[in-house]
Design a protein around this ligand. Structure first.
Ligand SMILES: Cc1cc2nc3c(=O)[nH]c(=O)nc-3n(C[C@H](O)[C@H](O)[C@H](O)COP(=O)(O)OP(=O)(O)OC[C@H]3O[C@@H](n4cnc5c(N)ncnc54)[C@H](O)[C@@H]3O)c2cc1C
Length: 414
């Protein structure tokens, strides 16, 4: 068993040395914390066969050792395809952490703000501070060369909202921070206006506070991914009129709806039908209050809530809206790394993105090729589904355990 970060509260003097520090509290971080705590998934051929016959969304979201169906309520168990809501999945992950006794490994409400090697810090800081950090590392008997230690800085938010800074020295750091923190922006005039939002939760808040309703002007939804589709379904559910704009043609094979099996995803199939059947200029009224604008882009947002839309042939339409939702994807926020981590990507000249430029790792150990003792997993390395994060967790655990054993053997041999 390998200790991770076994401190609920960070030390008051702001420093601590740990063998492995995981950044991120999503499925990747939880799964790795589980394996590093000594648990090993057990796969029996019978169990695998059984799960292959009953493959479902619910079970695809599971972490090893705890069935999701045992955590969601009785009434949900017979739902078609065993699909579950995001709230149920979130509750399952929380339950997983407490059920597996992993809470001691987590430092809640904490945000990492800077990650660099001690030597890089030492170069830029005064000699006395450098001495303190190096002494601290040796005192704690980490066994690792000071060269390989990471200096991790951040803050922990108290229940009163006060931020307390911390400093942790770590032999190994694992990035499990996901890729959802920075919504992609259109980059057009007026995008910063208050009625233009970039997350579905802002839409939900507007509904709760009756800022948008059946009687208001339409909501403009920009994008043709699953999040935009969720927003369309949400608006449709509340009878809120929708103008739906996207760049592709509805028949474009790259469109996610043209890749999803209709039987498994009936609600997304319905959105695709709406997009196809009820576009601007076509007189169909099967879906009241919905109009799609295929092969259009937003040209600008005006302060008076008018939006200028432009078709592929440059033909423009001006629409009045109550709010605009730009849901065209998200990118990771790696501001705690030099150059936002772009030097670690497959293409070092491009920003990191889960689709086009994931972090470049060793295929078995998940260690970054450019930075020894720094690992990454999940969508950051292109593993975009929860069922793939287990591979990363196993690879990193196997590598760290092997190195830990080798280190111990070296010490014993002395
Ligand atoms: C709308 C949507 C639907 C999806 N549906 C499915 C699905 O049906 N099936 C499926 O398998 N996958 C689905 N996914 C993908 C799935 O959510 C991801 O693969 C999974 O969440 C990745 O897990 P993760 O732990 O790597 O990252 P995340 O779940 O994104 O967790 C990362 C965590 O790290 C935190 N973090 C970031 N930066 C810092 C920092 N500096 N300091 C401290 N913490 C930080 C973040 O706030 C976040 O809480 C969906 C994703 C989206 C957006």
């Amino acid at each position: 068993m390998m200790p991770v970060l076994e401190e609920k509260v960070l030390p008051k003097d702001g420093s601590l040395t740990v063998p492995v520090l995981i950044v991120g509290n999503g499925p990747s971080g939880i799964c790795l914390s589980y394996l590093l705590s000594g648990y090993r998934p057990y796969l029996s051929p019978a169990a695998m066969e059984g799960s292959m016959l009953t493959l479902s969304f619910g079970s695809w979201m599971e972490l090893p050792g705890l069935k999701l169906k045992d955590c969601v309520g009785e009434k949900r168990r017979n739902l078609r395809n065993n699909r579950v809501t995001p709230a149920e999945v979130a509750a399952y992950y929380q339950h997983f952490v407490s059920e597996m006794g992993l809470e001691k490994n987590f430092v809640p409400r904490s945000c990492l703000t800077s990650l660099c090697r001690i030597n890089d810090v030492a170069k830029s800081e005064d000699a006395s501070k450098r001495g303190v950090i190096q002494e601290k590392a040796q005192e704690e008997g980490s066994g690792a060369a000071t060269r390989s230690l990471w200096e991790v800085r951040g803050y922990q938010k108290g229940s009163n909202g006060v931020q307390t800074p911390f400093l942790i020295l770590a032999e190994n750091v694992v990035l499990a921070t996901g890729t959802q923190d920075e919504p992609v922006r259109l980059g057009v005039e007026g995008e910063e206006l208050p009625y233009v939002c970039h997350s579905i939760s802002e839409f939900e808040t507007a509904i709760v506070h009756s800022r948008v309703s059946e009687c208001s002007e339409a909501v403009l939804i920009v994008g043709a991914g699953l999040t935009a589709a969720d927003a369309v379904l949400c608006a449709h559910h509340y009878g809120i009129p929708v103008l739906h704009i996207f760049r592709q043609a509805v028949t474009d094979p790259d469109l996610i709806f043209n890749q999803l099996p209709k039987v498994l995803y009936p609600e997304y199939h319905k959105v695709h039908q709406m997009m196809s059947q009820q576009n601007a200029g076509r007189d169909s009224a099967s879906y009241r209050g919905y109009t799609s604008f295929p092969q259009h882009q937003v040209s600008s947002f005006k302060p008076d809530r008018k939006c200028v839309l432009e078709r592929w042939d440059k033909c423009q339409t001006v629409v009045n809206v109550s709010m605009a939702l730009v849901l065209i994807g998200a990118n990771p926020r790696l501001t705690f790394l030099r150059d936002n981590g772009s030097y670690l990507g497959l293409n070092s000249k491009m920003p990191i993105s889960c689709r086009y430029n994931p972090l470049q790792i060793h295929p078995y150990t998940y260690e970054l090729l450019q930075e020894p003792n720094l690992f990454a997993m999940g969508p950051l390395v292109g593993d975009n589904f929860v069922r793939f994060v287990k591979g990363g967790a196993l690879g990193i655990t196997s590598c760290l355990v092997k190195r830990h054993k080798q280190q111990k053997e070296k010490v014993l041999a002395k």
